[in-house]
Design a protein around this ligand. Structure first.
Ligand code: DC
Length: 215
């Protein structure tokens, strides 16, 4: 087993919808050879089950990784429902252990979501809060949807993102907010490449330290 296989190193990425979290988290995971979990998929999977008539708390407590691959998890209905089921404390509690186990695996991990730095991995060596103005985020999401053939309008996408932001920020349980020791990365005026490079630069020193500590 190499030193890289056994390091304990966690990167916690949080931020609002369409700020670039997923792209940067995946890029960091690839760059440093860390496992990656998009925690939004957990809530989306529960949401899809709830839309199918299942009880969301039961769905969350019985969730298995193979459920998280459905093609429909990115639909607008599932997206809005995900932020609704995410308000339920018992749903969050049921998903906590899965996320904590993933985060603490040997070899290190990157998780992205809304409460990773504050609730799931408050001990993470690196915390990054990725944000961008709501107009820019809506513009990016609208572009993605247009490319995938959707007939939606910019106005509708902006409204959906604002609604979701409000629900995610104002909920009582684990609301979306930066951890007090998070690096705030505003991607409004940055390209993907520059944003990712900033995140890599911010992470590198702590990663090298984690390897030395493990040696
Ligand atoms: O990251 P995403 O857009 O796929 O997340 C979908 C919803 O899931 C989001 O609006 C709120 C919820 N969520 C959450 O409450 N906590 C997380 N760690 C991840 C997602």
């Amino acid at each position: 087993m190499s030193v890289y296989d056994s390091i304990r190193f966690t990167v916690a990425i949080d931020g609002p919808a369409a700020a670039g979290k997923g792209t940067i988290a995946r890029g960091l995971a690839d760059h440093f050879g860390l496992a990656y979990l998009d925690t939004g998929l957990l809530y989306r999977t529960v949401a899809a089950k709830a839309l199918g008539g299942h009880d969301p708390i039961t769905a969350a407590s019985e969730l298995i990784p193979s459920d998280m691959t459905s093609q429909t998890l990115r639909s607008p209905q599932v997206t809005q429902m995900a932020s609704k089921v995410a308000v339920i404390p018992e749903v969050r509690a049921a998903l906590l252990v899965f996320q904590k186990n993933f985060a603490s695996q040997d070899g290190g991990s990157v998780l992205d979501g809304r409460d990773i730095g504050t609730m799931i991995c408050p001990e993470a060596q690196i915390k990054i809060f990725i944000t961008a103005s709501v107009e820019i985020r809506a513009k990016r999401r609208f572009g993605e949807l247009q490319n995938s053939g959707s007939k939606t309008t910019f106005k509708k996408v902006l409204k959906d993102i604002k609604e979701r932001d409000k629900r995610d920020i104002t909920r009582i349980e684990a609301p979306l907010k930066p951890a007090c020791d998070a690096y705030i990365l505003d991607t409004s005026k940055l390209s993907i490449v520059t944003s990712l490079q900033k995140a890599i630069d911010f992470t590198s020193e702590a990663y090298v330290k984690a390897i030395k500590f493990n040696h």
